[in-house]
Each structure stands twice: as C-alpha cells, then as structure tokens.
Write a protein that binds this ligand. Structure first.
Ligand code: ADP
Length: 398
C-alpha cells in the first residue's frame, strides 16, 4: 500500500485532482469540466475514456466519481495520508497554509465575500473529502497567503481609508502558490538560499500575474482585491481606467454586465474578437490576422510595463522568471515583451528562447545580459501537496 497525498482544486466550473506519493512524485491527475452543466464530464490524464457524470453534476459528485475511478484503477488503494485544498481567498487571516478544523472552515467562509465565485466551491470540495475520508488531515493552501508579506505601500489603494478599515478593500494578490514555487525553484536552480534570492516571477496562463519577490518574500504583485487587476489575461481586462464605469452607464451597460464583460469577454479574447488561446492567436497572427497581432502587442506591452514596475520593489534581481502555459511555451511572447525593455538590460539568446530554456537551469538570457531570464514550469499541485504534507504534520518517508 502506497502512502499518497490528494490535491483538490475546485474552480468555479471545474475540478482538478492530483495524487502524489510521499516523496512528492505525481502519480496521476484528473479533471472534471463544465460542472453544473448538462454536459459535465471527468477524465483521468492518460485515459482516453471519460468518466460519466450525471447531467448537472456538482463538485461533490465529480469528486466522488473521480475518487471511485482512482480506486477502481488501483491508483488509490488506501485513504490518502493528507489532503491539500487550493483555497482562493484567505483575506488577512491566513499568512500560510492551515490545517482545517471548524474554526478554519468558518474563517474561509468569512472570506467568501472577497471571492464569491471561489471560496464557496472550495468549501464544497473540503466538505466532500471530509465525507469521503473523515479521518484524514486536510490542509487549506491559499492563493493569497504568499502575498501577505506585501508592505502597506504596495497593498493599499488610494481610496478612502475606511474602505480598507471597514471592508478589507486592499490588494491581496493571487497565484501565490505558483509564485512561491517559482521563488524556491529559482533559488534551487541558482544554488542560492531562497531567503537570499530576489526575482520577478511572471505567471502567464489563462490568468496572468507578476510578482516581485525580495529575499524570498512577496513585496509587490499585479493582482489586487480580485484577480481582475493587472496584466492582460485570456478573457480578463487587467487594469482599466475606473472612469470607464461612469462612461458605460451612459451606454446602459449595467454593473452586472460590466462584471461579465471585464472577466469573460475582455483580454486577448476581447481584443482579437476570436479566441483567448495564445497558441491559436499566434497562428492567426502569423497568417496576418490584424486583431490577433494587436491583442498580442497589447499583452506583451502591458507585461513589459509591469516588469519595470516590479523593479521599484527590488534592491537586486537574480532572475526574471517566466511560467504558466504562455510563459513556458511562447518564445514569441517572451521575446516581444523583452524587446520593450531596452533600458533595463535584459538580453535573451534567441536559440535558448526557442528551446524554452537550457536543460540545466531554464536560462534563456545571453551571457552578457545584465539580468538572468529563465523559463521554469510551474507545478501548483506539487506545492499544495508539499504544504499539505508539512502542515498536516505527516512525516515524509524520504
Ligand atoms: P490555466 O491558467 O488555465 O492553468 P495554462 O497555464 O494551461 O492555463 O495556460 C493556458 C495558455 O497557455 C493558453 O493561452 C494557451 O494557448 C497557452 N499555451 C499553451 N501552450 C502554448 C504554446 N505552445 N504556445 C503558445 N501558447 C501556449
């Protein structure tokens, strides 16, 4: 019987599950999509056959179906030794991962006002695994926790102070698990102690964020009160002028429609009027599709601006690090972005960039570059598994 750690990531309409051994080697992963819809389905990576889900299946049903499938395939022969849950918002309550008990569960519920689409489904996941494995320690790993080290000047908005005091309106930052992983992984690859390593970490997936990490801790980040602020993303606008709200009122666009537009119809999709998928956009741009060219240009320029902005928080820079589906795979985005930053002295080697980093440390910069530039695949599930193991007090056999 193998000791395993189960990692559960409940998104608003999706569920990702991964299984690790106690040495943090990934054993398998699975995905359920279109949760709550008539065509919900689940699939285990490497298995071509879908796992049937009933029409309208919720997160709890999908989780039960996937755990049953893991058991049938002998991927899970005994209860896991620990379960790690990705929880989106920990507010100012959680500075690190937490072993889930009644008071932690309540605190996650209390933060739901800050992440109404996410924290409630995260709790559904926690409740479902509590039913399935009542005796297994469960750990909540928060997207926001890594950014709780942000200094006041970086997290406060210039709004009436009572918004912060009374309602907690401030910048929280997200993707903390990934940025945390980038910090420790870059330190490892550079042979430095994490507490002595300073990087700019660019996580570019469907959601995109960038973080300045000084001596191992987060000191500035592009996402704010919600994951809408900052960079251009797949379907999210990132930064906009708040004056837009008043203007759009004159066009009869309600607050509810605007929320949908900014979250689901903007970003790469909004600009290109075609797709939120960078790979498809690159192909379209190569064929001369002007709106796709424009979308990529805006994406890269905003990213370049943010890279320079992050420098305001650092005393030195060990490396600029790219990760996420776009960051890891798009040599074009990396090259275009850095081409804006003549003054900062990043010089990338086209051949290393094309191969997405050299084999030893993911480096893509030329030897004469003022700063290192690296490509490092992120692994949020693995960080959650590690935190689940450490926070639950489960002793590693490694
Ligand atoms: P999520 O945030 O949903 O986890 P990912 O990190 O998987 O997303 O990133 C998805 C993005 O990565 C998409 O825009 C996709 O087109 C892009 N991507 C994946 N592979 C490539 C590639 N080879 N070239 C360019 N973009 C890619």
């Amino acid at each position: 019987m193998e000791d395993t750690i189960l990692v559960v990531n409940c998104g608003s309409s999706s569920l990702k599950v991964a299984l690790f051994d106690i040495n943090l080697r990934q054993l398998t992963s699975a995905l359920a999509e279109r949760i709550g819809k008539s065509d919900a389905f689940a699939r285990i990576t490497g298995h071509s056959r879908d796992i049937p889900l009933q029409s309208g299946a919720g997160h709890r049903d999908a989780l039960q179906a996937l755990v049953s499938a893991f058991r049938e395939l002998s991927l899970l022969t005994s209860p896991p030794v620990a379960i790690g849950h990705r929880v989106v918002h920990g507010g100012e309550t959680f500075r690190e991962a937490a072993l889930i008990d009644d008071s932690v569960r309540q605190a996650i519920e209390d933060c739901a006002g800050l992440a109404p689409l996410h924290n409630p489904v995260n709790l559904t996941g926690i409740d479902a695994t509590t039913e399935l494995f009542p005796d297994v320690p469960q750990v909540a790993v928060f997207d926001t926790a890594f950014h709780q080290t942000l200094p006041r000047h970086a997290y406060l908005y210039a709004l009436p102070y009572r918004f912060y005091r009374d309602w907690g309106v401030r910048r929280y930052g997200f993707h903390g698990t990934s940025h945390n992983f980038m910090a420790t992984e870059t330190a490892r690859l550079l042979g430095k102690a994490p507490g002595e390593t300073s990087i700019i970490s660019a996580h570019l997936g469907n959601g995109c964020s960038i973080t300045a990490i000084r001596d191992g801790i987060s000191v500035d980040t592009s996402m704010g009160l919600t994951p809408l602020e900052g960079l251009v993303m797949g379907t999210r606008s990132g930064d906009i002028d708040p004056g837009l709200f008043e203007f759009l009122e004159t066009k009869d666009i309600s607050a509810e429609s605007l929320h949908r537009i900014l979250n689901n119809e903007s970003g790469l999709l909004g600009l290109s009027e075609k797709t939120n998928d960078m790979r498809t956009l690159s192909e379209l741009a190569d064929q001369g599709h002007e709106p796709s060219i424009v979308a990529i240009e805006v994406f890269c320029f905003r990213l370049a601006r943010y890279i320079s902005a992050m420098m305001a928080s650092l005393r030195e820079l060990d490396a600029l690090v790219f990760t996420g589906g776009i960051g890891e795979n798009s040599a074009m985005v990396r090259a275009k972005t850095l081409s804006h930053l003549h003054l900062t002295g990043f010089a990338i080697a086209p051949s290393l960039n094309r191969q997405h980093g050299n084999k030893t440390d993911g480096r893509i910069n030329r030897e004469d570059s003022r700063f290192k530039v690296m490509v490092i695949p992120t692994n949020e599930e693995r960080v959650i598994a590690r935190e689940a193991l450490e926070t639950s007090g489960t002793v590693s056999h490694s």
